[in-house]
Design a protein around this ligand. Structure first.
Ligand code: AR6
Length: 173
């Protein structure tokens, strides 16, 4: 079982083995956390992403972190919120699961996630937070998974939501 914690920070500043990018399926940059990661990693990140040829929703790809303190960036593509009946929950859970799997294959021990899909993609924060925590808890029962998973919240409101959900009994809600 990994250590899970939530912090309030800019994910581009974290000195961890891998940070996760909430990307789009082109993997060619964008706004939000994606834009911040590309700015901080430098232009070599875009070059590396071009070679990946995109990524379907729910899947993950990995690149070096280049100028970031983090050694790797795991790029995953969250679902756009369409009201909850377009497989959004399963796709969001797949983002967390596939990102952790890919990170583990690269020897990552400490990994930080942003709140995938809860910005531009419009996923309601409470539901997205529950999926993030429950999926990570389930996956990291496997000892081959990263030892420490950090939920990197970009606002005090997001941090309060994560802290509340982490204290709630697993599986409820
Ligand atoms: N560190 C940590 N979290 C951040 C940072 C940061 N530096 N900047 C923003 N966030 P979003 P999405 C938070 O919109 O909803 C992009 O254009 C933000 O407050 O970045 O998955 C992509 O290219 C929010 O909590 O990602 C896609 O087109 C969370 O990161 C699209 O947006 C996710 O918000 C993906 O949308």
């Amino acid at each position: 079982m990994s250590l899970l914690r939530a912090i309030h920070a800019d994910i581009t500043t974290l000195d961890v083995d891998a940070i996760v990018n909430a990307a789009n399926s082109a993997l060619l940059g964008g706004g939000g956390v994606d834009g911040a990661i590309h700015r901080a990693a430098g232009p070599r990140l875009l070059e590396a992403c071009r070679k990946l040829g995109g990524c379907p929703t729910g899947e993950a790809r990995i690149t070096p972190g280049f100028d970031l303190p983090a050694r790797f960036v795991v790029h995953t593509v969250g679902p756009v919120w369409h009201g909850g009946h377009a497989n959004e929950a399963a796709l969001l859970a797949a983002c967390y699961r596939n990102s952790l799997q890919l990170a583990a294959e690269h020897g990552v021990q400490r990994i930080a996630f942003p709140a995938i899909s809860t910005g531009v993609y419009g996923y309601p924060l409470d539901e997205a937070t529950r999926i993030a925590i429950n999926t990570v808890r389930g996956v990291t029962e496997d000892p081959a998974m990263p030892q420490e998973v950090i939920f990197c919240c970009f606002s005090a409101r997001d941090l309060a939501m994560y802290e509340g959900e982490m204290l709630a009994p697993p599986g409820l809600g």
